[in-house]
Design a protein around this ligand. Structure first.
Ligand SMILES: *Cc1c(COP(=O)(O)O)cnc(C)c1O
Length: 404
């Protein structure tokens, strides 16, 4: 075979639209929770591709599903259904509150579908002006114009005005504030059970229960954005299962494909019929290749062993982080559920999260931020304890640089 074209990190600046500022090394290979770059330097992966690589890298279950399907059928378009997508729909509906699924390719598209469904349900209700959407400050729902407008971080939306209107933002975890804006004209409330990008902030159970009651009272759809919290991330299959609050619509993506792009919107028989033939669509959504991988990943994760393992690893992580924090008291608070963990920096280290992840990279650790003041970890759900130990040792060396 011909040698591939040789590329370097500086080529990113040459040829790529500069919306990202990637690390100064290029990962080329991964196995489990370890990654190697072009220089064959090894990294422990506490980032998991931003809560995506739930089985780590090159897991045989995912590799086999992909390669088997790759020899059969990649894509047919939604004029035809296919076996892998129907199997995946069966898995998702049998294991959640949902009766029906719409497949797409990303979290933003899943939320776009959810918000459009809510608007359609509102329209079909016959109640004049039932199009209002209630969302929360600091929320993140994706980067399409509708989802970035539903998101609660104006810095991501303000440059793209005029924005879709009818979206009201109030403070997260403030039920009284939500109560003040939810009414007969509200068609949906969209909320993350744990705000991920916004800083790993869990919703209070009473807050979610209150939103459920308000949605019932005013006939609005309760949408849980579980793009980051779903598919075992919190130790439950979906985070709503931890709260006992059942949404009308749930969006899932990130870990669903274990690294293969796929998203889904789940809903019930009550609301699904409003998305009648032709009202919404997608070219790639539910394609056999993505669905085959997602089916295998979902089946692997949805077992008591793997889900219990996530809870166990949460405690193991917390113990190690607390020990580290006793030595270098840098974190004000360590929060989150399962393997979605946020370490909030003390006021004197405000704004240093990005520096910490840069130094972590130098020490051979991939880690994330969630805003300027939170270091976030979303590793593989099956990361071995010895990789956690090694990653924490490398984090310690990175923190030593900050302490200086
Ligand atoms: C990542 C994320 C999204 C957007 O998903 P994409 O696949 O990047 O479109 C939406 N909501 C939440 C909660 C997320 O974490």
């Amino acid at each position: 075979m011909e040698q591939p074209i040789s590329v370097t990190r500086s080529n990113f600046n040459d040829w790529m639209v500069p919306v990202f500022a990637p690390a100064n090394f290029i990962p080329v290979r991964g196995e489990g929770s370890r990654i190697w770059d072009q220089e064959n330097k090894e990294y422990i992966d506490f980032a998991g591709g931003i809560a995506v690589n739930a089985l780590g890298h090159a897991h045989p279950v995912a590799v086999n599903a992909l390669t088997e399907q790759a020899t059969k059928l990649w894509h047919v378009g939604n004029g035809y259904t296919n076996e892998p997508v129907l199997r995946l729909a069966k898995q998702l509906t049998e294991n959640t509150f949902a009766d029906k699924v719409f497949f797409c390719n990303s979290g933003a598209e899943a939320n776009e579908a959810a918000l459009k469904l809510a608007r359609k349900v509102g329209l079909d209700s016959g109640i004049a002006g039932k199009s209002g959407i209630v969302a929360f400050n600091n929320a993140f729902h994706g980067r399409t114009l509708f989802t970035v407008s539903a998101g609660g971080q104006p810095k991501y939306s303000q440059d793209f005005a005029p924005l879709p209107n009818g979206i009201n933002h109030v403070a997260f975890n403030d039920l009284e504030a939500a109560k003040a804006v939810i009414n007969e004209q509200t068609c949906a409330v969209i909320v993350e059970p744990i705000q991920g990008e916004g800083g790993v902030i869990p919703a209070d159970i009473e807050f979610l229960k209150g939103l459920r009651a308000l949605c019932d009272e005013f006939g609005a759809l309760l949408i849980f954005d579980e793009v980051q919290t779903g598919v075992g991330r919190t130790g439950a299959l979906y985070a709503y299962m931890n709260s006992g609050v059942i949404p009308d619509v749930l969006t899932t993506a990130k870990a669903l494909g274990g690294g293969f792009p796929v998203g889904a919107m789940l809903t019930t028989d009550k609301f699904a019929p409003h998305f009648s033939v032709g009202t919404h669509g997608t070219t790639y959504g539910g394609n056999p290749l993505a669905s085959a991988v997602a089916g295998a990943v979902f089946e692997f994760i949805n077992t008591p062993e793997v889900l219990e393992g996530v809870k166990h690893r949460h405690q193991y992580f917390l113990d190690a982080l607390n020990k580290l924090n006793a030595e270098y008291p840098i974190f004000e608070e360590i929060r989150g559920q399962g393997l979605l963990i946020g370490c909030v920096l003390k006021a004197e280290y405000a704004g240093k999260a990005k520096d910490i992840t840069t130094w972590a990279g130098e020490e051979g650790l991939l880690a994330l931020i969630a805003g300027p003041n939170v270091v976030r970890f979303t590793p593989s759900l099956i990361i071995p304890e010895q990789d956690i130990d090694e990653g924490i040792a490398r984090l310690k060396r990175a923190l030593a640089k900050l302490a200086k």
